[in-house]
Design a protein around this ligand. Sequence first.
Ligand code: AMP
Length: 454
Amino acid sequence: MTEGKQLRSIRGTRDLLPGETETWDVVEGVVREIMALYQYREIRTPIFEETQLFARGIGEYTDIVKKEMYTFEDQGGRSLTLRPEGTAPVVRAYLEHKLAAQGTMEKLYYLGPMFRQEAPQKGRARQFHQFGAEVIGTDVPEADAEIILLFLAVLDALGLESWSLHIGSLGCQNCRPAYREELVAFVKGVEDLLCEDCRGRIETNPLRILDCKREGCRLATAKAPSQLDYLDEACREHFETVKRLLADRSVPFTVDPRMVRGLDYYERTTFEVLNPDLGAQDALCGGGRYDGLAEMIGGEERVPGVGFAAGLERILLALEAGGESLEFEPLCEVALVHVGDEARRHLFALCDVLRRAGVASTMDLTERSVKAQMREANRREALLALIVGDKELKEGTVTLKNLVDGEEETVPLEKVVPAVLNRLEALEEAAVEEEPEEWTGEDEGPDLDPGEAA
Ligand code: AMP
């Protein structure tokens, strides 16, 4: 036998255990449902891509590309990278498969793991999960506003009420160079006050300096020029329209003149949705417009796009902090309880018959006592227990015990399935009558009806 220390999961990654996976399923289900309401279709891209895709798309001088990517060489000497984000792969796939004909657009969403070698802390992991949506092929401001409304609809459907929306505009290829020049001139004047990282950014990525969390850098750049004062006519008009569309829906937002995102591909609209309960890692979602991205990754022409990416772990933390109950136990309808080996053999077959009839059923696989089997049935909150011992074997019956009200009855073996289905239906009807009215994600949309924006 090989000896050694017990192996553990890698720092910054986490096992999602039973109990948590059910919660994730519910949240992912809500995401999918809202995406369908807004008519976005799912795309699944590979977990790894050519390194070039991210180096060119996200930007060589960004933190992600410089220090956070999991990059490796495969056996053929190709440089590959575990995806740190979803937008560049989605746009790559869009171009590769010519997803939209000229002049049309595509609305896509994704959901899955992303990888960044950041310092792990609460709300920041090395393998984390994002869902995101992209509108590719149009540059109208309605697409920007829809992307924001879509994310807020997900929060609403999840019952997450504490959030703040911050929006900005980074201008476009026309107006950004003039702003960049002004900004560089400004930061050169305060260079001595900046941290080492930011001094290095002056030539490579000056906008990022505005995003530095260090107190010294924040103070030094407090009076830095804002991109918003340098927008050209078209960018200003675009930004005004996005704000107007949000106001039409009564969505509260704050304009952030210093909004910079960590990825180079953004142009024009950028936004973030923050949650006040999350501490340092308070961004639930970030997004914006990326009209130049397709060309940056080798597309032959400009394909405008806008999208967001949201962190699933952060949303779960925020729900928890907001007091939402996130416990979802899987339903167990019938627990089969046997006394003796012969009954066990009979019940093994019956258990499979029930499962094939669509009944969630469990039976003991560890040869435990009847008492232990009943305890397990209660732990799983089974609705019915189906008990077979010597007496039932002799009579060709089973004892069906309703674990909700404790009533017992004897049912002939050949009538077990319909009897079980019958009892379950009655229990379900009784439960529906008792249930308080609440949004279940099944037959209602989120609480954003068209009449609301008066
Ligand atoms: P970004 O792709 O950096 O714009 O991030 C979009 C969203 O993903 C953020 O607002 C977070 O909610 C989430 N996120 C980003 N990085 C991490 C991380 N290392 N761990 C957990 N969530 C993250």
